[in-house]
Design a protein around this ligand. Sequence first.
Ligand SMILES: *Cc1c(COP(=O)(O)O)cnc(C)c1O
Length: 383
Amino acid sequence: MAIQKTIDPVIRLSQSIVGQRESDALIKVILDDGYLGMGEQVNNFEREIACYLGVPKEWVICVNSGTAALHLAVQAVTKADDEVLVQSLTFVSSFQAISAARAKPVPCEVHPETITINLRDAENRITKKTRAIMPVHYASNPDNLDKVYEFARKYKLRVIEDAAHAFGCTFKKKKIGSFGDIICFSFDGIKNITSGEGGAVVTKNEETAQRIRDSRLLGIEKDTEKRFIGERSWDFNVVEQGYRYHMSNLFAAVGRVQLSRLNNEFAPKRIELAKLYRKQLENVVGLQFLNTNLGPVVPHIQPVRVLEGKRNNLRLTLESQGIQTGIHYKPNHLLTFYNTGGMQLPVSERLYEELLSLPLHPGLSSIDVKKVCQVVIKFMKSS
Ligand SMILES: *Cc1c(COP(=O)(O)O)cnc(C)c1O
């Protein structure tokens, strides 16, 4: 099918929703405060995240990306060559975070109805070196999380939740991040809330929290505590590899405004639009939605499975109408860097051919969503 590439997308797949309030907050840090590094704004952002989740402030550690959050979490609980079980169908960030910590990501299959990690498959991949499991809350859905924790208890594994999609979601009436072992969030530009770039680790484990807090600031022991009272460390010790992964006051100022908009603005809008997609498209032959519980799940993306080999042409048709779509994700075991010996994961590979993410962000109107659905319905009927 020939398509014209000249049309600018009219309906974008995702978008940062920021405005006057975020801008005012930035200006305030620049003009009134003038301290752009990690200080009062970050301290307050951590406090407000803790308050939102209903956990102690000490559990929350802000960093400069979701990838950094995952990297520090993996480093805190593994040694070189330890193995981490992770679903292959995730953003490459999950894998990069594991390999950056010199551990080995072990790609696992997913359940096709939810794209959560298949624990039976994961069980077959356990070795003496397996140290942790990283469930990914794909499309914000933490569906089998209690089974993941049961599995981790059985095999004495640490759990690092890749909750990049899942800020603001609940599981069995508890907020993601308010329970569990180590939970990593992303606040990149298009996630449920953004701080420009940014992320956070949440953990109740004191030792893990302290290691992560130190390693976000080049491994300088207790530097966070000093910076939050306006001091710096000059005579200090370092006991392990650290990174410059701390969050800046500028990012935190944006994040704080975004957090205050989540419950009343962003979350209800995302849920409403995702419900509308379902209502319009649920009965279309050849389309399949993932099982998800909208409401508790605040969806970051809106994937559908397009069956009968029609995905690519549907994607081109939408594109030709100025509608941007995405493919979340190429399974990581297919990437050269992570392809250990021609490994095959048939379910993940099939999903990679079928998945199509439709536009979803709080800047869309229901008219936009209906327009997308009309194009989808017309294509599916006529092809
Ligand atoms: C966005 C994302 C990350 C990484 O977050 P960044 O803030 O972009 O580094 C990790 N995992 C998944 C599944 C993501 O979608």
